[in-house]
Design a protein around this ligand. Structure first.
Ligand code: FAD
Length: 394
């Protein structure tokens, strides 16, 4: 079977790319290892940057999002027993958009498969890539129904299969560099069946460890608690979780947290990697397949969309007009933002985890950084620019 572009992975990157290609009438297929039900329910991210929302809107992919997402205008830091609000919308006119990743994925699958008539195959197994350094690459997989091997011949392969995918491993080791960073810190990621306890994102910087509060919907709230890397979620009973959240998010004049049943509880080890370059021959990587940013700064889904916009536009320009500029510059254009966001995540990690480091010097400089955000307009502006992400005009 022949398709112009074979997209591996139906996450935010692969589905956005598929939609852009379908809108340009490029023949493509999306191959996904999981079922449709599974990907439409997998809880993960929830914070979208304004430029990413506008990029989706420009491509006709933000209809539901614009109707249903919450728009946040400020965030709050709690440290040394006090609370401090940063009104980023006042400074920039930009917002953070809160829209759970499963809703975005559901919207993108519907648009791709049900509206734009795109070909998507779920439950594929043992995906393998072939002949990437020729102009006739192909992808083979085992069909879940028949158990038979299928081969799709293409002109391009897009590796959008996330951090645990296989496409990255098809890059010859001597042609790529993988830069890794391990923060040596764990976060217990929680979803609580409880309404948000604040109208904005709250960061608790506490000697017992970081704690975060992020609205997901009127009924569900995401919380994070810093913990040892590799910790067992079973060490965190309902009572212990809420006691730690109360302690670490506590500050003068704060309303009590609204507690609820914990519907997700897992430990994430904070680490990141960047694959350079993000392309080899006719294979182009996008999203977590190429770079992982620890969820410290809520950047991963935004970067996945940034890559998908660039790759979708570049492939379309090449396939419809023979313009090679976008594809030639793809990797470098993505990586500039990827490294910018990695650097911000590293900076923010120091702030979040500094007072719990056990090092009095680190704790002191962390508190100085935090106080500077609320005493120096220049420091606040610099922070907000990175927190919201600059507009790439995509
Ligand atoms: P994925 O979403 O991982 O999609 C990859 C797809 O490929 C999956 O559907 C997978 O099933 C499929 N796949 C994997 N292997 C194969 C294979 N061999 N063959 C075929 N298909 C395959 N980011 C933000 O921007 N903001 C946030 O607030 C935020 N919060 C987060 C909170 C948590 C707890 C976590 C874990 C992540 C968070 N992120 C956040 C990161 C964000 O979820 C990811 O960066 C984003 O999902 C990346 O999208 P993607 O399309 O590149 O990869």
């Amino acid at each position: 079977q022949r398709k112009t572009v074979v997209v591996v992975g139906a996450g935010p990157a692969g589905l956005t790319l598929g939609n852009i290609l379908r809108a340009a009438s490029v023949d493509c297929v999306v191959l996904e290892a999981e079922s449709r039900e599974f990907i439409e329910q997998r809880p993960r991210a929830g914070v979208l940057e304004e430029w990413a929302v506008r990029g989706l809107e420009r491509r006709g992919l933000a209809g539901h999002l614009l109707e249903r997402a919450q728009r946040h205008t400020q965030c709050e830091f709690r440290f040394a027993g006090e609370r401090y609000r940063l009104s980023y919308a006042e400074l920039t006119g930009q917002h953070h958009w809160i829209y759970p990743q499963p809703l975005l994925v559901t919207d993108l699958v519907r648009e791709y498969a049900d509206v734009r008539g795109g070909d998507i195959r779920f439950g594929v197994r043992d995906v393998e890539l072939h002949d990437l350094d020729t102009d006739r690459p192909s992808v083979s997989y085992t069909c879940p129904e028949s158990g038979e091997r299928h081969v799709v011949l293409g002109e391009f392969v897009a590796g959008c299969d996330g951090a645990r995918g296989v496409t990255r491993t098809a890059l010859p080791p001597e042609r790529v560099r993988v830069a890794r960073h391990d923060y040596g810190i764990g976060w217990l990621a929680l979803l609580a069946e409880a309404p948000p306890s604040s109208d904005c994102v709250v960061f608790g910087i506490h000697p017992r460890g970081f704690a975060g509060h992020m609205a997901r919907s009127p009924e569900v709230t995401r919380y994070y608690l810093q913990c040892p890397p590799g910790d067992d979620p079973e060490n965190w009973s309902h009572e212990r979780v809420w006691a730690e959240l109360r302690e670490r998010l506590g500050a003068r004049d704060t309303p009590p947290l609204t507690e609820g049943r914990l519907i997700e509880k897992r430990v994430l080890d904070m680490h990141g990697y960047v694959v350079e370059p993000m392309a080899f021959g006719r294979l182009f990587l996008a999203g977590d397949a190429a770079h992982l940013t620890a969820p410290i700064a809520a950047k991963g889904m935004n970067l996945a969309l940034h890559d998908a916009f660039l790759l979708g536009d570049a492939l379309t320009a090449y396939l419809t007009k023979g313009d090679t500029g976008g594809l030639d510059g793809y990797s470098a254009d993505c990586l500039a933002r990827v490294w910018d966001y990695q650097e911000f995540s590293q900076w923010l990690s120091d702030v979040y985890h500094g007072t719990a480091s056990g090092d009095a010097y680190h704790a002191g400089t962390t508190l100085a950084r935090l106080r500077r955000l609320f005493t120096s307009p220049a420091a606040a502006s610099a922070f907000v620019e990175q927190y919201l992400g600059t507009d790439p005009g995509l």
